[in-house]
Write a protein that binds this ligand. Structure first.
Ligand code: ZN
Length: 94
């Protein structure tokens, strides 16, 4: 593959150094708005409402700490001193 073709390939597949990183979660962005709308549509259904509200809180925490969605963040602090709550949360969900 020529370097020109490789560059094009990387742009298309978003794998190369020329690809831009995914935007970080941000308060007030369209995804937060969407989550909020989904939550508010569930008023009266406490279980669903609380579940989506928890997601919204989690999303806002990512926004406030500037943490990408594929990385762990929690109110206990950095992943280094969160005492394994990430693993614990994973077990709870099963
Ligand atoms: Zn944690």
């Amino acid at each position: 593959m020529t370097s020109k073709a490789r560059q094009l390939f990387e742009v298309i597949t978003r794998t190369g150094p020329s690809s831009r990183p995914e935007p970080l979660p941000r308060r007030g962005d369209q995804f937060e708005q969407w989550l909020k709308a989904q939550r508010d549509a569930c008023i009266g259904h406490a279980t669903t409402y609380n579940a989506i509200d928890g997601l919204l809180d989690q999303y806002r925490l990512h926004a406030d700490t500037g943490t990408p969605l594929d990385q762990h963040t929690c109110e206990n602090g950095t992943p280094d001193d969160c005492h394994g709550c990430y693993e614990a949360a994973g077990k709870e969900q099963q």
